[in-house]
Design a protein. Structure first.
Length: 245
């Protein structure tokens, strides 16, 4: 009888399939003064549960790459190559198809949380709306989920804070709330573009911890974009460096 075990044999082969695969991505912006070739042949691969750091100097094309993946670039932009999510090609999909995907399979966290929230609705209503939109939950279920999510990202007294408006939160708390919204539908991929850049150093460390929690709770793959290698080194499993597109 053999006593030799092969550890890798127990791992299903699907776990090594990338959840996000970007191939030869090019982004060109037609401008009155000629074409700006902002992204030049980017290749990325990301597996479930993995944290990929993308680092590069300002203007190297990090944000444009993220926006291309999310389908958030202006209509006149020329995007070529391939962006596959769980094997499905995203490039060339309609705005309607892409907006169904965003906040559901792919969630995002930006530098400025004020841009993610409308000032006229409460934080809780906006998180609950994301849950209802993609999951068809009842009003009460969605509110309960919003409270649960706010608790997970470390908002104190979430049952009370759920009724706060965005301006009543500090910058760090708004960033936590945006991460809560990103987690709302258990996405496959969370794209975080400079999520800590606008924050004090002490708050930065807390937000990175919250992103780790979000990644763990959802099992999502996390893309963490920053110009700061120190920040990236603290969270990423692998690091991709961008230089001039
Ligand atoms: P970063 O790595 O700092 O996130 P960006 O991805 O924002 O850099 O920008 C990459 C390049 O693309 C920059 O040179 C920027 O000026 C250019 N760019 C971004 N958006 C547009 C646009 N809508 N039209 C023309 N050029 C753009
Ligand atoms: Mg950027």
């Amino acid at each position: 009888m053999s006593t030799i075990t092969n550890g890798s044999a127990a791992t299903p082969t699907t776990s090594t399939e990338p959840i996000l695969r970007v191939r030869d991505l090019h982004v060109r912006f037609p401008t009155p003064r000629g074409t700006v070739h902002a992204v030049r042949g980017v290749d990325l691969e990301l597996r479930r549960g993995e944290v990929l750091g993308i680092v590069g100097e300002s203007g190297s094309g990090k944000s444009v790459t993220s926006l291309a993946v999310l389908g958030l670039l202006p209509d006149t932009t020329k995007v070529t190559g391939s962006v596959q999510l769980d094997g499905d090609e995203l490039l060339g999909r309609s705005d309607k198809q892409m907006s169904r995907l965003r906040g559901d399979k792919v969630a995002m966290v930006f530098q400025d949380p004020l841009s993610a929230f409308t000032p006229v609705y409460t934080i809780g209503d906006q998180i609950a709306e994301t849950v209802r939109l993609h999951r068809g939950a009842s009003k009460a279920e969605a509110r309960a989920r919003a409270i649960e999510l706010l608790g997970l990202v470390g908002i104190p007294e979430p049952a009370r804070r759920v009724d706060a408006f965005p301006h009543e939160f500090s910058g760090g708390m708004r960033q936590r709330a945006m991460i809560a919204m990103a987690m709302a539908n258990d996405p496959d991929v969370i794209l975080a573009d400079e999520p800590t850049t606008a924050l004090d150093v002490t708050i930065q460390a807390q937000i990175i911890e919250v992103l780790r929690t979000a990644q763990r709770e959802t099992g999502a793959a996390l893309v963490f974009v920053s110009h700061d290698l120190g920040v990236i080194a603290g969270i990423a499993d692998r690091i991709a460096v961008m230089y001039a597109g």
